[in-house]
Design a protein around this ligand. Structure first.
Ligand code: AMP
Ligand code: GLY
Length: 423
């Protein structure tokens, strides 16, 4: 079959890498893609939220499966767009419908869902411009640090964690009254701070059945020792060594099962990946957030460990026969280190030539913000490339990534040298 992947990051290059290995995949397209996807698929120059352009490309190229990488098209209803159009409703879309994508599109919706289905999460209240005074009063009842979350999508920047009460009040006002995050902060969720170590759990569902994929841990901060500004993710490790079988059982019983049951009870149509951001508080998992897609760079360590044919899995999701598929996982650890443009996550320059890729032997370079230009591979974004390696231990895998990074170069290249430091 002909398959289209929507997106242009390291996640989408990894999807392309995995799908292209399947004998069931005839022609593979990525829109808009990057320099990495151009080596194994055909890049289509279109925007992931331009549904009419996507429809045209799907018909022209006889595409029968669309795999949605990022959240924006899902929250805007790309799956519903396909279902509501007779010319393309036969196409399998991997990603939830709009109503279910609200789990990522609205923090308040997600919190209400978790409360309704008894899924462990931080206590919270939500506020808007009409009751900002009540928000101040709620903050006064909490102990620092204070967690403020813009309700809507804010490109990963909508969460503020503040130590000072007055600063928290000022920020609440700035979000609600001065629209600090635009539309996204029309509502703000204030929640209890959870102290613990984070990890993510990835679940595949066809709306009836589910399968759990390997866990991963992402390193979000720009600086070593988890310091400095938040980024999209600077590296990842899978599996997470502290996620013991006992802890994984708790995640499945207390979180995964009620989540999948909750989707069914609430009539939220879901065929795709559920990304559950967790925090381990003492020995118990609590949910920080849901995302309705795979993580980036978590995909770069989770998919390389998946031995089962991914096209087969996606077909089973489309046909609601996921219970018939056996998910086989590589026992080895996979790690990835993200190379970023100097200055990222603040202002940075683009168009820098990336050299040395031909010398990489025992790692996989997944391209992210990198494109082809005049016969060269040049930077085009903040996160440029994720270098993934396998090892019998995470130490061994990470060492390989760092050895291969030594062979790569672009002007002002930056990366964290301590991925895995806290394991
Ligand atoms: P989110 O966008 O909801 O994943 O939040 C971004 C980051 O903020 C998370 O990865 C956590 O590091 C942190 N965070 C969010 N909510 C909480 C919380 N209730 N307690 C502690 N840290 C949190
Ligand atoms: N790495 C975090 C995310 O994809 O949201």
């Amino acid at each position: 079959m002909n398959i289209l992947i929507l997106g242009s990051g390291g996640r989408e290059h990894t999807f392309a890498w995995k799908l292209s290995q399947s004998p069931l995949c005839k022609s593979l397209f990525v829109a808009p893609g990057n320099s990495g996807t151009s080596q194994i698929a055909i890049n289509l120059d279109l925007k992931v939220t331009d549904f009419q352009a996507i429809k045209k490309a799907v018909l022209k190229n006889e595409i029968t499966m669309v795999v949605v990488g990022p959240e924006d098209p899902l929250v805007q209803g790309v799956h519903d767009f396909f279902l509501n159009d007779n010319a393309i409703k036969h196409v399998s879309v991997i990603g939830p419908q709009k109503a279910a994508a609200e789990l990522e599109g609205s923090k308040e919706f997600a919190k209400e869902f978790m409360y309704r289905h008894n899924i462990p999460t931080a206590a919270y209240k939500s506020f808007n411009a009409s009751n900002v005074e009540a928000g101040y009063a709620f903050l006064e009842t909490l102990n620092p640090p204070y967690v403020l979350k813009a309700d809507g999508l804010a490109a990963g920047k909508g969460v503020l964690i503040l130590n000072d009460l007055n600063e928290a009040k000022t920020e609440l006002k700035s979000m609600l009254i001065d629209a600090k995050f635009g539309e996204a902060s029309t509502k703000v969720v204030i929640e209890e701070f959870l102290d613990g170590i984070e990890l993510s759990c990835f679940v595949l569902t066809d709306g009836k059945n589910y399968k759990i994929l390997p866990t991963a841990k992402d390193y979000k901060r720009i600086g070593e020792g988890d310091t400095g500004l938040n980024t999209g993710g600077m590296g990842a490790v899978s599996p997470v060594p502290f996620a013991t079988n006992d802890f994984l059982n708790k995640i499945e019983e207390r979180i995964v099962k009620p989540t999948i049951e909750g989707l069914k009870k609430d009539n939220l149509p879901y065929k795709g990946f559920v990304f559950i951001g967790l925090i381990k508080v003492g020995n118990d998992p609590k949910v920080i957030e849901y995302n309705v897609r795979m993580g980036d760079p978590e995909t770069e360590v989770v998919l390389p460990r998946l031995k089962t044919d991914l096209v087969e899995i996606f077909q089973a999701i489309a046909n609601q026969t996921l219970d018939k598929v056996e998910i086989v996982i590589d026992e080895r650890t996979a790690t990835t280190v993200m190379l970023v443009s100097g200055g990222y996550p603040e202002a940075y320059e683009k168009g820098k030539e990336i050299t040395g890729l031909e010398y990489i032997t025992d790692s996989i370079p997944f391209h992210a913000g990198a494109i082809n230009k005049d016969g060269k591979v040049v930077t085009s974004g903040g996160r440029v490339m994720a270098i993934t390696s396998y090892g019998d231990t995470y130490e061994e895998a990470i060492k390989k990534s760092y050895q291969n990074i030594e062979k790569l170069h672009f002007d002002k290249m930056n990366y964290r040298k301590d991925i895995g430091f806290d394991l």
